[in-house]
Write a protein that binds this ligand. Structure first.
Ligand SMILES: *[C@@H]1O[C@H](CO)[C@@H](O)[C@H](O)[C@H]1NC(C)=O
Ligand SMILES: *[C@@H]1O[C@H](CO)[C@@H](O)[C@H](O)[C@H]1NC(C)=O
Ligand SMILES: *[C@@H]1O[C@H](CO)[C@@H](O)[C@H](O)[C@H]1NC(C)=O
Ligand SMILES: *[C@@H]1O[C@H](CO)[C@@H](O)[C@H](O)[C@H]1NC(C)=O
Ligand SMILES: *[C@@H]1O[C@H](CO)[C@@H](O)[C@H](O)[C@H]1NC(C)=O
Ligand SMILES: *[C@@H]1O[C@H](CO)[C@@H](O)[C@H](O)[C@H]1NC(C)=O
Ligand SMILES: *[C@@H]1O[C@H](CO)[C@@H](O)[C@H](O)[C@H]1NC(C)=O
Ligand SMILES: *[C@@H]1O[C@H](CO)[C@@H](O)[C@H](O)[C@H]1NC(C)=O
Ligand SMILES: *[C@@H]1O[C@H](CO)[C@@H](O)[C@H](O)[C@H]1NC(C)=O
Ligand SMILES: *[C@@H]1O[C@H](CO)[C@@H](O)[C@H](O)[C@H]1NC(C)=O
Ligand SMILES: *[C@@H]1O[C@H](CO)[C@@H](O)[C@H](O)[C@H]1NC(C)=O
Ligand SMILES: CC(=O)N[C@H]1CO[C@H](CO)[C@@H](O)[C@@H]1O
Length: 638
């Protein structure tokens, strides 16, 4: 366990650890097991020797051979977990485990599960974390009656964008760690949001880095990338800052790449779902990111898109190499290290680059502000709200059909900017054959920062352009946002697409899981910069209750209904009749086509359960007014 030892030694030198009386204390042992620090030269993309067959861009007509072969292992392991899940989740008297055994010889027949975690800054990270904690069999008590532990282990895919991508990064770059561990101060001190990301990490009493050194560290990494000849922007600084908060508080995980996830033993062995981070492409010559913008995914092997505007993927490890017309010319070297994990989640969340520009409103000393201002002067400020991917890996690729083929740089932006704030795009690709998607929506659509279905409407409308940008994707019908609010579809989980014969093509059933106030008002502003541990934990617990309907206290049949949603498409394929209880469930949770498009009154729900503690209720009005001020200021900058 070399990694563990290195982590222990490095963090053991912290003043806090030294000061602890009584010498060695096992509670201070830090298990900093992570993905792999395999970038050749820290943050600087660097030329490496090419593999025997030189990397190329491949067509998006099929899944990659990497994904296809990984799925063989993963689907079997997920099936084992699904049987465990149905050990405690009962669907009436029906013997689900025997059903799964009976059909296990053809894995295409058993349920294929995806989970999607929306954007929405730290609110989305924390509410999403609550859902993931509820779905994780490793969470204490989660695999008992009324809970949903094991759903995470049964899933094939897990997607995230913007704030949701910070959650994915926190989990995957830290060796598929648990939410519990991310919440403690024992396991590497990530997720300490009490210090705002502008101040830098605070680990255990004495801040390890003072804010000035923190900014100098951020700047040095980005300047060295620039010196090596790569375009840099505010996104690089932002991504480095995120890496301190999400990966490794002591040195910001400088050398960790997203592609290294594919090289870890645990992932290769198919022990957990495949992570996918979503970002949007700004169309050439356009400033507004509309619903027809290109949607990219970063999976562990590749970066690219199924959209007809590019319809290709580049090996993620060699992003930054000068591809031309789909191949790497002989005189070009292979570049590695461009896909810094911080840069990937920074790209998915470019909307928040602007956080950094608020430094003058903090109480940090002036010399720190000056350090940062001097960093800004060296950046191309025109690129403040985008990540510039230069060289464009899709240069001269699909020349006849791609509007990007003549661009030397790709403008990549926040994954939620096209309105699809839940990252469903990778999960509705027909080649992936996903049966059911758990869509965790922490969007701030309404005046009080609750979701109202806007994101699902965007995905639905995009899919209607089936021969254009939708490119063969299908999606269940989704009503207008007024109907969402009038019918309360955003106050509790709702199923869409229960009747597959009503959809234009094969499409998953969507279990929509909207953020709602169970024990805590989790509707904190998207632009809230810091969150004390207590509030963080309240939001995570609330998210747990959102996913489990308060541990099934709001509906004693809720976990059975989740079981029905999981099994529905599989039962159709195998011509099996769903157990009776599923009819009760579908009557209750499926949107049945009813519309009410009257403009509703302002949506401002009160907590469903007793409020978590006094901090909660008192906090809301102050947070809202502060948030409105910050939000307005930021949106005028964006
Ligand atoms: C990652 O976590 C797994 C499961 O807890 C553990 O067996 C493995 O040793 C860890 N890997 C590393 C590199 O620490
Ligand atoms: C992905 O597949 C390609 C082609 O089969 C192979 O060369 C490459 O090593 C694989 N990548 C990983 C990370 O396994
Ligand atoms: C496996 O199941 C799929 C989906 O129902 C079906 O299309 C395919 O023909 C089956 N394969 C075999 C070998 O039976
Ligand atoms: C996207 O839509 C806008 C307006 O709806 C249109 O002007 C633009 O040409 C479209 N871009 C592409 C690449 O289809
Ligand atoms: C902070 O304020 C100073 C003095 O007004 C100004 O020169 C500087 O550009 C500001 N920095 C940022 C990041 O806005
Ligand atoms: C729903 O959210 C959108 C923004 O995302 C907003 O424009 C609209 O007014 C909201 N409508 C309702 C009924 O909440
Ligand atoms: C459908 O997509 C195509 C290509 O992306 C675009 O040109 C067209 O305007 C879109 N149509 C609608 C109705 O949005
Ligand atoms: C739900 O379960 C969690 C974890 O077991 C527990 O902390 C929480 O108090 C429970 N909430 C309710 C409303 O029962
Ligand atoms: C659960 O569903 C069963 C079967 O439809 C029904 O008889 C029972 O009343 C339901 N229980 C609750 C708590 O809703
Ligand atoms: C459909 O759902 C609405 C409430 O959402 C309910 O009032 C109506 O009775 C349902 N219709 C049918 C046919 O079940
Ligand atoms: C539609 O929703 C409004 C609330 O906005 C409600 O007052 C009205 O009764 C609803 N109409 C029907 C037909 O249910
Ligand atoms: C199903 C479908 O329409 N697929 C199309 C997606 O876009 C590529 C590139 O334009 C086409 O070749 C596919 O036919």
């Amino acid at each position: 366990m070399k990694t563990a030892l290195i982590g222990t030694i490095a963090l053991g030198l912290l003043p806090g650890a030294i000061a602890s009386p009584g010498g060695f204390n096992p509670d201070n042992v830090v298990f900093a097991q992570r993905a792999l620090p395999d970038a050749p030269d820290g943050y600087v993309p660097t030329s490496v020797s090419c593999p025997a067959s030189r990397p190329t861009i491949r067509s998006a007509a099929k899944l990659s051979s990497n994904e296809t072969s990984w799925l063989k292992t993963r689907r079997e392991k997920a099936l084992t977990s699904l049987k465990d899940f149905f050990g405690h989740v009962k669907v009436g008297d029906y013997d689900v485990v025997s059903y799964l055994d009976k059909h296990s010889s053809n894995i295409s027949n058993v349920p294929n599960i995806g989970i999607a975690v929306s954007g929405g800054g730290y609110r989305a990270l924390m509410n999403g974390a609550g859902a993931i904690k509820a779905y994780d069999s490793r969470t204490y008590n989660a695999s008992t009656s009324g809970h949903l532990g094991g759903l995470l282990q049964s899933a094939t895919y897990l997607s995230g964008l913007s704030g949701g991508s910070w959650l994915l990064g926190s989990i995957y770059i830290n060796n598929f760690t648990t939410i519990d561990k991310l919440q403690t101060h024992k396991d590497g001190d990530v997720w300490q949001f009490g210090n705002s990301i502008i101040e830098g990490p605070d680990t255990g009493g004495i801040q390890i880095l003072d804010s000035a050194s923190y900014f100098k560290d951020l700047a040095e990494a980005v300047e060295s990338k620039k010196k090596a000849g790569f375009d840099t922007s505010l996104t690089d600084i932002w991504g480095r800052a995120l890496a301190y908060q999400m990966f490794n508080a002591s040195n910001g995980g400088l050398s960790y790449t997203w592609s290294s996830i594919a090289d870890t033993t645990e992932f290769k062995d198919g022990n957990y779902p495949m992570p996918m981070v979503v970002a949007d492409g700004r169309n050439p010559g356009e400033l507004v990111v509309g619903s027809n913008s290109t949607v990219y995914e970063f999976n562990p092997w590749e970066f690219g898109t199924f959209d007809p505007t590019i319809f290709g993927f580049v090996p993620l490890k060699y992003l930054g190499s000068r591809f031309e017309a789909g191949s790497l010319p002989n005189n070009e070297s292979c570049i590695s290290g461009y896909d810094s994990a911080g840069f990937v989640i920074g790209t998915s969340s470019t909307l928040f680059n602007q956080f950094l520009l608020q430094i003058n409103t903090t109480s940090l000393p002036n010399f720190v502000k000056n350090v940062f201002t001097s960093i800004l002067e060296k950046l191309d400020r025109a690129d403040d709200d985008i990540a510039a991917y230069e060289p464009n890996p899709f240069y001269h690729y699909n020349n006849h059909s791609s509007p990007y083929a003549r661009q030397t740089a790709l403008d990549v932006v926040d994954g939620g900017e096209d309105g699809q704030n839940v990252p469903l795009h990778p999960l509705i690709q027909p080649e992936r054959h996903v049966d059911v998607i758990f869509a965790i929506d922490s969007s701030a659509d309404t005046d009080y920062y609750w979701p109202n279905g806007t994101s699902l409407v965007a995905t639905y409308e995009r899919s209607l352009n089936n021969t254009g940008i939708g490119n063969g994707t299908a999606f269940p019908a989704i009503p207008d946002v007024n109907t969402f609010v009038n019918l309360g579809l955003n106050t509790r989980p709702t199923f869409f697409g229960c009747d597959s014969s009503n959809i234009s093509g094969p499409a998953p059933l969507v279990v929509y899981v909207p953020n709602a106030p169970y024990s805590f008002h989790s509707n904190v502003s998207t632009f809230q910069l810091s969150t004390e541990d207590k509030e963080r934990d309240n939001i995570i617990l609330n998210g747990y209750e959102v996913a489990t309907m308060a541990n099934s206290t709001l509906d004693g049949n809720w976990t059975s209904c989740v079981g029905c949603a999981i099994l529905s498409r599989s039962f159709e394929r195998t011509g099996t009749t769903l157990p009776d209880i599923c009819n009760t469930c579908f009557d209750r949770y499926c949107w049945n086509g009813t519309l009410n498009a009257t403009t509703p009154a302002n949506y401002n729900p009160t907590t469903y359960l007793a409020e978590a503690d006094s901090a909660g209720s008192a906090l809301v009005p102050t947070m809202l007014s502060a948030a409105v001020a910050a939000g307005v200021a930021l949106f005028t900058l964006v």
